[in-house]
Design a protein around this ligand. Structure first.
Ligand code: ZN
Length: 72
């Protein structure tokens, strides 16, 4: 077993992904501004990086309002 050298372990490195400020967006399915969209931010010790976007519709993505009604 040989010890690996020259590669310091980032013991204190904490990466956190958090949603940024969200804003209402147009949902083509609901034809209304029922979507919330925003940036996904990666919080690093050195700063904040945008890693993507998220979107969530309060109607389409709500399990209380299923898209398909089996009784139809
Ligand atoms: Zn929707």
């Amino acid at each position: 077993m040989s010890r690996r050298q020259g590669t310091p372990q980032p013991a204190d490195l904490v990466l956190t992904v958090t949603p940024g400020t969200s804003a209402p967006e147009w949902c083509p399915a609901c034809k209304a501004y029922t979507r919330l969209a925003g940036d996904l931010l990666l919080l690093e010790p050195g700063g904040v990086t945008t890693v993507g976007r998220y979107a969530w519709c309060q109607v389409c993505d709500d399990p209380r309002f299923p898209k398909e009604n089996p009784r139809v």
